[in-house]
Write a protein that binds this ligand. Structure first.
Ligand code: BG6
Ligand code: MG
Length: 221
């Protein structure tokens, strides 16, 4: 694929910080209380989904139908557990390689944005000290459709003043890679080839990506 690299959009949970495991722990606790079997393997399908879509997914797994008020209460409970797990999150919790790559991009004048389904994204970015490096933050508070819909990334590209064909998206979720590809972006999957095979390139960690690599991927010699 050949594109003029002008911007990058990063998912947050599982790409910039290792919070995916905390989401799992909190959902698992909720699923246990509802007596719904829920494993780490099941959790892969939840990555990238909004809070409400995640809850609906778990309830479907348990063939459980609940009223709106109960669902709101359960989501608030899950979020309280999650916030408790991440409250100590600081710069040390940035995933290896993420800050280095973002700094390289900024130094080169390439625009940087966040595209996350999380409503907690801005707070986490502030706590780990990365906010000043971002030109735009689009998160769960700004979108109506969560991944795999491309809305979050299309809004991110728009906020950067760029066309999707000029932007690379970094994602650790299957739903996120799908969102990026549906939106017309070049997608870098961060994780396993088995789960993220739809991406243009898959790396096992952000440590494996430099600006030089990116340029060679989007503009093969
Ligand atoms: C995504 C995570 O980034 O954000 C999902 O991959 C999570 O697991 C979603 O459910 C919503 O997060 P929050 O913080 O708004 O509950
Ligand atoms: Mg993620």
């Amino acid at each position: 694929m050949s594109l003029e690299l002008k911007g990058c959009l990063f998912d947050m949970d599982g790409v910039i910080v290792d919070s995916a495991v905390h989401h799992f722990v909190a959902w698992k606790r909720l699923a246990d209380e509802l007596s719904i079997p829920f494993t780490e393997q099941d959790n892969h399908a939840l990555k990238g989904l909004s809070r409400v879509d995640s809850l609906e997914h778990i309830l479907r797994m348990g063939h459980l139908q609940l009223d709106e008020k109960t669902k709101l209460k359960l989501m608030a409970q899950k979020n309280a557990w999650y916030l408790d797990l991440i409250k100590g999150m600081r710069a040390k919790d940035i995933l290896p390689g993420a800050r280095e790559l973002i700094e390289e991009l900024v130094a080169e004048g390439i625009k940087v944005g966040l595209g996350s389904s999380s409503r907690n994204a801005q707070m986490i970015l502030d706590n780990v000290g990365l906010t000043p490096l971002f030109d735009t933050v689009v998160d769960g508070n700004h979108i109506t459709l969560s991944k795999p819909d491309p809305e979050v990334f299309l809004k991110g590209a728009q906020a950067l003043g760029l066309d999707p064909r000029q932007v690379v998206v970094f994602e650790d979720a299957e739903s996120g890679v799908k969102a990026a590809k549906t939106g017309g972006f070049f997608a870098v999957g961060v994780g396993s080839e088995e789960q993220l095979g739809q991406a243009d390139v898959v790396v096992s960690s952000m440590k494996e990506v430099t600006l030089r690599d990116l340029k060679s991927w989007v503009r093969p010699a």
